[in-house]
Design a protein around this ligand. Structure first.
Ligand code: FAD
Length: 393
């Protein structure tokens, strides 16, 4: 299996990040959660150690070390702090538009700033009235001389207010449905761009989630990604590549909760023995570990597919399956971890209640798990498979 065959370099980087996560991020996790403050110190740590660069090509200041390693790193960080894990996942989400559809000029201008972490990125697709049905968006962009003029708003945007670069989707032809959507990169200083508010929320509380408004916001036409009308396809291609980052966040949360519950079950005693030796608790631990390992299989397979050059069309289903299973695992496993800790699981002195709150979002953002199931089934229906009923009259 791929994770038993990691290269020396992959192991070395994963182990370095594991140590950083345990020594530098874990001690901050409860405080980040309680303060609801964006952890700039963690961003600085990532910058110092070149961690943002792990998902960028060498040509643009990254390490060129591939997709699997970038996922391993999000997993390691999310084991101790899901807010810190999503910083890495969203740097990818907000950069993929440039990587997949940017011109050489656009890439050379922006990717080095994102690879170093000097700039943070965001991805703005969702609106108040359009989440799963993203083609129903209302934000418009009209061409005016050398600019596009954007009007409308976006809701629930991760990294709102901390990002310098936003990949934004808007309708250049409102009558044309999916085919009327275009993609732009928008710098935070663009005239008419504003972060209208930040949302308080259940989990990943240190991550900012905000509303963006565009009021006659002028963006140079040089910031259009691809051609006019390519936006919806670009948005979906980005999500195919970025959803596994959320899968890695979910798996990290799940493994972190499993490891914590295991330690607890070894030391907490009832009826004269450690609770881990009671069969009902032991069975929970076994199920939690098995789910994590199965999730890891789907996730690492996706990373390996990208790194070995699998055709893009094959990534859609693999990406959706990894996101679906890892995030459902995160929710199921963290709920059991709280149960294993009993009353202590429910109070804030212990990290598993935070992990359970953080896990929930992984089933919702970058496409809800209902949408992932639709995507997987749609891909299955497209496949030409031999089936057992062939030849049956
Ligand atoms: C903390 C947070 C961070 C986020 N970050 C970002 C971000 O950075 N960028 C961004 O663009 N968006 C972001 N989002 C938005 C997120 O991706 C959407 O909330 C999500 O896609 C769901 O859209 P919705 O909220 O409009 O729900 P709806 O689409 O209204 O769905 C409501 C419910 O109906 C179900 N449903 C909808 N349609 C179907 C269907 N056809 N079949 C079956 N079930 C269906 C959904 O699964 C869900 O359970 C973020 C959201 C949150 C909460």
């Amino acid at each position: 299996m791929p994770w038993d065959q990691l290269t020396d370099e992959q192991r070395e980087v994963r182990d370095l990040v594991r140590t950083l996560a345990r020594e530098r991020i874990a001690p901050r996790a409860a405080e980040i959660d309680a303060s609801h403050e964006f952890p700039w110190d963690v961003v600085e740590l990532f910058r110092e150690h070149g961690i943002f660069g792990l998902s960028f090509d060498e040509r643009y200041g990254g390490t060129g070390t591939g997709a699997l390693l970038a996922l391993l790193v999000i997993e390691e960080v999310s084991k101790v702090c899901a807010t810190s894990g999503v910083i890495l996942a969203v740097q990818e989400l907000g950069s993929f538009g440039l990587k997949l559809a940017g011109t050489d000029e656009q890439k050379s201008r922006y990717l080095p700033l994102l690879a170093s972490g000097e700039w943070l990125a965001a991805y703005a697709l969702t609106e108040a009235g359009s989440g799963s049905d993203s083609a129903a968006m209302r934000t418009t962009a009209r061409r005016d001389a050398d600019d596009y003029v954007l009007d409308g708003s976006k809701r629930f945007i991760t990294n709102a207010s901390v990002a310098t670069l936003y990949t934004v989707f808007a309708k250049t032809d409102p009558e044309a449905g999916h085919a009327g959507i275009s993609a732009f990169v928008v710098e935070k200083d663009a005239p008419g761009f504003e972060v209208a508010r930040l949302e308080p929320k259940m989990g990943i509380t240190g991550s900012t989630t905000g509303e963006l408004t565009f009021t006659e916001c002028r963006v140079p036409s040089a910031n259009l990604l691809g051609e006019e009308g390519d936006g919806f396809k670009i948005a979906m291609r980005i999500l195919d590549r970025s959803r596994p980052g959320i899968a890695a966040q979910g798996l990290g949360i799940a493994q972190g909760a499993t490891d914590y519950a295991l330690d607890y079950a070894k030391t907490r005693e009832t009826m004269g023995k450690p609770i881990g030796e009671h069969q009902l608790v032991a069975a929970k631990l076994a199920d939690m570990e098995t789910r994590c390992e199965a999730a890891r299989g789907l996730l690492y397979r996706f990373g390996q597919m990208v790194d070995t050059g699998a055709p893009e069309a094959e990534l859609t289903k693999a990406s959706a399956m990894a996101k679906l299973f890892c995030s459902d695992t995160a929710m199921a496993v963290t709920t059991e971890a709280v149960q294993i800790l009993g009353g202590y699981g429910y109070i804030k002195e212990y990290p598993v209640e935070r992990m359970m709150r953080d896990a929930k979002i992984t089933q919702i953002y970058e496409g809800t798990n209902e949408i992932q199931r639709l995507v997987i089934a749609r891909e299955m229906l497209k496949e030409a498979r031999a089936f057992l009923l062939a030849g049956v009259a």
